[in-house]
Ligand binder design. Structure first.
Ligand code: ADP
Ligand code: MG
Length: 469
């Protein structure tokens, strides 16, 4: 019976959709009362079938079993901890009123212009997934030291056998600028190299959230989920961004389970160990613990020297050992700062056309280290922005909608988000008593302006420089 149903369904829907949603189904039993019980891999799967294919299922079944036909689902779930201990749950088909026909095969192309790295959320038909990987973040460039040895070798193991190790998910955690993004990207780059046919996606948790929120707004939540279920290797950077975002956490939980159950690899980075993550649902945290959590620590002196040498080698610059060690000794906060200091040193020496001396190194490093420590406050940002545009800070905070003032205000919000740890709500209240949605909108507007308006971009860059001096 089921095979006949399948044949009918196959003829009536897209190939890809058939493969995804119907081949995993197992027929279980047919009772005398004409109800057919089928087993599906997950509750989500069941919901999806009910939402999208209930009509065609009903037609197919009625053809086989007559008008009294009923459909029952058995849901199989596997606890990944213990291996094979499936438990089942029986659910009836809702047999809802017919699904709107266009839901069966709409080609959906949601190019979201607000995203920095837009890619296409596919319809049932056309699927195009850009990996969002940067080939510069390779394993070759990721220098090894005591601080990252475990994380690095776990990453290599995962890259060699994605989904095939017990490191699933692989969670890489550690402070800012210590190499989490680099390592996560390197894993993706390596997998693409070894297994070009695999679908790899790198995404920051922030963009993931934006996409999700957007999909809810546009009523394309299912396509969003569907898209993520097509991925073989999913890399989510800075998962701590999901703190407190219950909706996004829930959808990520679904996607995670689906991928994990199907042997797909998930790689996550975070600025904290799972036990310290706040406002992340327990069930999600417990999933993270299924695999391996590997910490990246602060690099020790030897590693810092190695990294400086790596940068110099890459840029074809020579520098006395003494200076390399001086920089490595004094810029110990993180690798990003170290890179910044060394690049600025190279730039300065080529600018004044002289050899790098210890004196020059000292002055650059001093600036750098001071800079690292300086806190940028929202007040300070407002002062700098109003100064630059020659506006009174009070006017900046006022309700006026005059274009130049509104833009300056939005820019201040944007920098506040970028340079302080304040929440959107708190930024809004400090810049003229606005709410968090206004701040979010401001940030997107500015992102957009920077992309599209050259003059505005120049203003942005000028001001931005002041926060980095
Ligand atoms: P995080 O994501 O942890 O904040 P990143 O991955 O962005 O840090 O790393 C910051 C910078 O330091 C990047 O430019 C990266 O290439 C560099 N970096 C980090 N770790 C290493 C390493 N082990 N070897 C070489 N460069 C590194
Ligand atoms: Mg990062």
């Amino acid at each position: 019976v089921w095979n006949n149903c399948l044949e009918f369904i196959k003829d009536n829907i897209q190939d890809q959709a058939y493969k995804t949603w119907f081949t995993p189904i197992k027929p279980i039993e047919l009772t005398k009362e004409n109800s057919l019980c089928i087993q599906v891999p997950s509750k989500f799967f069941y919901e999806w079938l009910e939402e999208h294919y209930v009509k065609i299922l009903k037609v197919a079944l009625t053809k086989q079993l007559g008008p009294e036909a009923k459909l029952l689902y058995k849901i199989q779930m596997e606890s990944a901890n213990t291996g094979k201990q499936p438990f089942t749950e029986q659910l009836p088909s809702a047999q809802r009123s017919p699904v709107k026909p266009q839901e069966l095969d709409v080609p959906i192309q949601n190019k979201n212009p607000e995203l920095k790295n837009p890619f296409i959320i596919p319809g049932i038909r056309n699927v195009k997934i850009e990996s969002q990987l940067n080939a510069n973040y390779s394993f070759d460039n990721f220098l090894e030291g005591d601080s990252n040895r475990l994380a690095r070798s776990a990453g290599l193991a995962v890259a060699n056998k994605p989904g095939g190790t017990s490191f699933n998910p692989l969670l890489v955690f550690g402070g800012v600028g210590l190499g989490k993004t680099h390592l996560a990207q390197a894993i993706g780059v390596e997998i693409k190299d070894l297994y070009p046919e695999k679908t790899v996606l790198y995404i920051s948790a922030e963009v993931f959230t934006q996409q999700y929120v957007d999909s809810v707004k546009k009523n394309t939540r299912n396509d969003f989920i569907y898209f993520y279920q097509l991925i073989d290797v999913l890399i989510v950077d800075d998962i701590q961004f999901l703190s407190g975002k219950t909706g996004t956490q829930e959808v990520f939980f679904h996607i995670f389970n689906h991928l994990h159950q199907n042997g797909k690899q998930v790689i996550i980075t975070s600025d904290k160990a799972p036990v310290e993550m706040q406002d992340i649902e327990q069930r999600l945290l417990s999933r993270f613990k299924w695999g391996l959590s590997a910490e990246i620590h602060h690099p020790d002196f030897e590693t810092r020297v190695k990294i400086v040498e790596g940068i110099l080698f890459r840029d074809g610059v020579e520098m006395p050992k003494e200076i390399i060690e001086y920089v490595a000794q004094n810029v110990s906060t993180n690798i990003r700062e170290l890179e910044g200091a060394i690049i600025s040193l190279i730039a300065q020496s080529s600018f004044i056309k002289r050899e790098v001396t210890l004196d020059l190194a000292r002055s650059v490093v001093e600036k750098f280290v001071k800079n690292v420590k300086r806190e940028i406050s929202i007040d300070y940002i407002q002062t700098v922005v109003s100064d630059y545009f020659d506006i009174d800070p009070i006017t900046l905070r006022s309700k006026t909608r005059k274009r130049n003032i509104a833009q300056a205000r939005q820019l201040a919000m944007y920098f506040a988000k970028k340079y302080t740890k304040a929440s959107l709500a708190s930024i809004g209240s400090q810049i003229g008593g606005r709410d968090h949605a206004t701040v979010l909108h401001a940030c997107r507007t500015i992102d957009n302006l920077i992309e599209t308006d050259k003059e505005f971009r120049r203003h942005h860059d000028d001001i931005n420089l002041k926060f980095n001096m």
